[in-house]
Ligand binder design. Structure first.
Ligand SMILES: *[C@@H]1O[C@H](CO)[C@@H](O)[C@H](O)[C@H]1NC(C)=O
Ligand SMILES: *[C@@H]1O[C@H](CO)[C@@H](O)[C@H](O)[C@H]1NC(C)=O
Ligand SMILES: *[C@@H]1O[C@H](CO)[C@@H](O)[C@H](O)[C@H]1NC(C)=O
Ligand SMILES: *[C@@H]1O[C@H](CO)[C@@H](O)[C@H](O)[C@H]1NC(C)=O
Ligand SMILES: *[C@@H]1O[C@H](CO)[C@@H](O)[C@H](O)[C@H]1NC(C)=O
Ligand SMILES: *[C@@H]1O[C@H](CO)[C@@H](O)[C@H](O)[C@H]1NC(C)=O
Ligand SMILES: *[C@@H]1O[C@H](CO)[C@@H](O)[C@H](O)[C@H]1NC(C)=O
Ligand SMILES: *[C@@H]1O[C@H](CO)[C@@H](O)[C@H](O)[C@H]1NC(C)=O
Ligand SMILES: *[C@@H]1O[C@H](CO)[C@@H](O)[C@H](O)[C@H]1NC(C)=O
Length: 621
């Protein structure tokens, strides 16, 4: 049997929980009050008769909605900031109709209707026929009380007595390309996401509709507010604001109006909107050939960041969004999980520098009182055997490559880590002046710590792998496993890469706080319950006990990190507020609500009630 012990971890100065596999005999230890000769037990039960009756009772409660408070202002309104983005012209383009018989006649206008349609023609999407159910914004209807009744409580409940510190932000997150649909409506132009998974002519016919949130956003927000969710993290597609992507091109009036209305509606419902500027949805213009995007050394694909025109264009786009919405939006994220779409060293350079430029713009020029941050990804690498120095070194290499590559310059003003420099020799060196400019350009560290992964070094060594782009383990150059030294999985397995690893979350939060020394916000966490999509019975989909366990366990460990380890965790955002498009299909259900793919109807799952109840019971007013 296995017992957890606590020891000083090798990578941080503080003493943190870290699993060590120590052999021990006998059954699991129980509290001393349970010992056979203790005061709570008798050696022999006393049997007796009584009158039987059904006396079980269950309390029936309903969720508590958000109470709107006074509006807060975080910056001057656009009218006072417009000089920071001079000469913005706005226009409208409407919807793209592939089969329209009348061709646009404004071919001489570089940003006219014909030029705009040409962007869509160049994208040449396969099977783009189904436009979905909705074509205008749907007015929200109040959620019926019958939908807000809590499910039967989970049998095992946390026994802690902790509260979340005042101001702790519990919210939900989503991203435009995974939920909005309406990809060719109201002036939007195509992005990497539309060409991502099907390429040209292979794969299943693609559903470009996702959750039709572009027209159902009010109902979605209404449903979140009804469940008491105060913080809403969403992304704005660059191509909805600037269909031609670059500085000097017109701004899409319909796009601005849409997000203006979304932000106002969320605030009216008592919620705080947090905006991500790019969530993988790079404008297609940054690819000379959208279907042949070149070799990739680092992440899943080429996000266009290495294109020499990307940086200035992205900073300009960020300035347009910030000047328009900074009065009401307290948090801006520049990039979501940038590592995943960094193809090479130049891409990393673009991310770090454009992030820093927007941070300085927000604080120095807009003089906003809100926060600017970046969302990083890394499924925490843990040494398979923490007592083995080489396993520990491999775990450090794995985590540093993914985190310190961005976080060293941004949080510490330090150069890229060796893990990155030894692997990506074409990296762009950071000068002293760069480091001074980039240092300290995030107000907190956003992390998406879905799960942990067990790490050992490759048999042929990390260095040999890092020097060989053909190595199957390149670029991380470690073995990643799901089992511990005992052969057991590290935790309960989901539909995908996510294993339920709450105790490692606590270790991870300590690692982040003690290494990068800024408050940590869990910007995404969630669990795609295995085979949930196969459940044809809605009642079964709604009773998502493993997801409930995941959220309650992760938040319990977050509270321990805060109160027992002194780690500043400032918020946690559940991914996602509804099942959505997972980059190819709808099979991985990450949602705390279901979405009927025929009717678009949403329903709350058990986990949604359990997580908001856990948080509400531990919130100090
Ligand atoms: C009973 O109590 C004694 C003394 O407190 C202790 O040494 C012993 O291990 C206990 N036995 C069991 C079965 O718990
Ligand atoms: C457009 O025309 C093509 C070819 O005639 C047809 O297959 C497709 O269904 C049409 N699309 C729409 C949206 O009407
Ligand atoms: C388009 O749809 C047809 C019919 O469903 C299918 O055979 C084809 O593979 C699809 N094309 C792509 C690129 O998905
Ligand atoms: C880089 O982006 C520009 C648009 O700003 C585009 O014209 C060009 O083709 C892209 N270059 C590459 C190599 O993809
Ligand atoms: C980065 O900024 C912090 C805070 O201003 C400062 O303490 C630190 O020395 C800087 N780092 C470097 C490498 O200059
Ligand atoms: C690089 O890795 C590939 C694939 O494992 C291998 O065939 C090749 O020999 C390696 N090259 C060197 C120089 O080690
Ligand atoms: C853990 O999994 C790996 C890969 O599946 C396997 O090679 C290894 O034997 C397993 N370890 C134990 C201790 O079972
Ligand atoms: C789905 O489950 C409900 C009870 O939760 C039951 O009434 C219904 O018959 C089930 N439907 C199917 C198709 O199994
Ligand atoms: C989705 O809605 C349709 C139409 O109401 C219904 O027939 C179907 O059973 C629903 N699907 C699920 C999984 O509930």
């Amino acid at each position: 049997m296995i017992r957890d012990v606590v020891l000083a971890s090798t990578w941080v100065s503080a003493v943190l929980a870290q699993q060590v596999y120590a052999p021990a005999d006998g059954p699991v230890l129980r509290p001393t009050k349970c010992s056979l000769n203790g005061s709570y037990a008798t050696a022999t039960p006393v049997y007796s008769f009584s009158q039987f009756s059904f006396t079980q009772t269950e309390t029936v409660r309903t969720a508590t909605s958000v109470t709107p408070g006074p509006a807060t202002t975080y910056a001057a309104p656009y009218e006072s900031l417009s000089h920071l983005v001079p000469n913005l012209a706005t226009t409208t383009w409407g919807n793209w109709e592939p089969n329209a018989t009348a061709a646009a006649t404004d071919g001489a206008d570089p940003y006219g209707q014909a030029a705009w349609s040409a962007i869509w023609e160049r994208a040449n999407l396969a099977n783009f026929t189904d436009r979905g159910i909705y074509s205008t914004t749907v007015s929200p209807t109040p959620v019926p009380t019958s939908e807000l009744v809590l499910p039967p409580p989970s049998y095992f409940q946390p026994q802690d007595s902790y509260y979340f510190p005042k101001g702790f932000e519990f919210g939900v997150a989503g991203s435009a390309s995974q939920i909005e649909g309406a990809i060719a409506d109201e002036g939007r132009t195509p992005t990497l996401m539309e060409v991502l998974t099907i390429g040209r002519g292979d794969g299943d016919p693609k559903d470009y509709i996702t959750n039709e949130n572009y027209y159902l956003y009010k109902q979605d927000i209404e449903r979140l507010a009804a469940m008491g969710v105060k913080y809403y993290s969403f992304s704005i597609p660059w191509t909805r604001i600037l269909p031609f992507a670059l500085e000097g091109t017109p701004v899409n009036k319909q796009g601005l109006d849409h997000y203006d209305d979304l932000i106002n509606f969320a605030i009216a419902k008592g919620m705080e909107p947090h905006v991500t500027l790019i969530h993988f949805d790079t404008p297609l213009q940054f690819y000379a050939d959208p279907y042949n995007r070149g070799p990739v050394m680092i992440g899943y694909g080429n996000g266009g960041y290495s294109n020499e025109t990307f940086q200035d264009a992205f900073v300009h786009y960020g300035k347009v969004v910030m000047t328009h919405f900074a009065d009401r939006v307290p948090v801006f994220f520049t990039f979501n999980e940038p590592l995943l779409y960094c193809d090479n060293g130049k891409a990393v350079d673009t991310v770090v520098k454009s992030h820093a430029r927007l941070y300085h713009f927000y604080h120095d020029e807009i003089k906003g009182s809100g926060r600017v941050a970046i969302k990083l990804n890394d499924n925490f690498g843990v040494p398979q055997d923490p007592a083995k120095a080489e396993d520990v070194a491999a775990a450090n290499h794995f985590n540093e490559f993914q985190l310190a590559t961005f976080a060293n310059p941004i949080f510490l003003g330090k150069d890229y880590p060796e893990a990155f420099k030894m692997t990506i020799p074409d990296y762009v060196p950071l000068t002293e002046a760069d480091l001074a400019y980039v240092n300290g350009t995030a107000d907190f560290l956003g992390i998406d710590p879905y799960t942990a992964t067990v790490v050992t070094p490759p048999a042929h060594g990390i260095a040999a792998c890092a020097a060989n782009t053909s190595d199957p383990l390149f670029p991380y150059c470690v073995n990643q496993m799901t089992n511990t030294t005992t052969g057991w999985n590290i935790g309960y397995r989901s539909e995908s890469y996510v294993y339920m690893t709450p105790t490692y979350l606590r270790t991870y939060l300590g690692y982040l706080w003690n290494t990068f020394r800024k408050p940590v916000v869990i910007t995404e966490f969630g669990f795609p319950v295995a085979r949930e999509a196969d459940a044809t019975n809605l009642s079964d989909q709604l009773f998502d006990q493993p997801r409930s366990d995941y959220y309650v366990q992760f938040l319990s460990e977050t509270l321990k990190a805060i109160w027992e380890d002194g780690v500043h965790v400032a918020g946690a955002f559940a991914w996602s507020f509804a099942d959505n498009w997972e980059f190819g299909d709808y099979d991985q259900h990450f949602g705390i609500q279901t979405v009927n793919r025929t009717t678009m109807e949403r329903r709350y799952k058990k986990s949604f009630f359990d997580v908001v109840d856990f948080v509400a019971a531990r919130t100090q007013e």
